[in-house]
Design a protein around this ligand. Structure first.
Ligand code: FES
Ligand code: FES
Length: 158
């Protein structure tokens, strides 16, 4: 097994590790860095549970190798909230009861953050289109859409 040294910035902290060249980014985050908020559902790019932000763009961490993230800046769910508070998207999901078991939630949060950066006032249709790659097994989609609308309000209010 060949290994490669990589350096990534994760949630603002620089991390250098020697990793197997075939290690998935999801496994790197969960097992090497113990950031277990990144969930693995399907393991092959379908459910969106493993979605993180890589240089600000959503990425399915089950489809990316850790070595491909060398030099990148990664944000996981653990890095969203300011100290002592919640990110506005987390706040909105909390207020609108947009989660049940919460397994899908880290991925939905990442996708919502990307959506609202590109479209600060999305319609319901635009929200559903943007989040169609995230699957909620608890089927809480109605409240998730409401929460994204609420998150947009909170973020526009600054
Ligand atoms: S675990 Fe990555 S998309 Fe399902
Ligand atoms: S809240 Fe359970 S999978 Fe979405």
């Amino acid at each position: 097994m060949s290994t490669v040294e990589i350096t990534v910035t994760v949630n603002g902290s620089s991390r250098t590790r020697r990793v197997p060249d075939r290690l998935l980014l999801a496994d790197f985050l969960r097992h090497e860095l113990r950031l277990t908020g990144t969930h693995v559902g399907c393991g092959h790019g379908v459910c969106g549970a493993c979605t993180v932000l890589v240089d600000g763009a959503t990425m399915r961490s089950c489809l990316m190798l850790a070595v491909q993230a060398d030099g990148a800046s990664i944000t996981t769910v653990e890095g969203l909230a300011p100290p002592g508070g919640l990110h506005p998207v987390q706040q909105a999901f909390h207020e609108l009861h947009a989660l049940q078991c919460g397994f899908c939630t880290p991925g939905f949060l990442a996708s919502t953050i990307e959506l609202l950066r590109e479209n600060p006032d999305p319609s319901e249709t635009e929200i559903r289109e943007a989040l169609h790659g995230n699957i909620c097994r608890c089927t809480g989609y109605v409240n998730i859409v409401k929460a994204v609308r609420r998150a947009a309000e909170l973020m526009r209010a600054g």
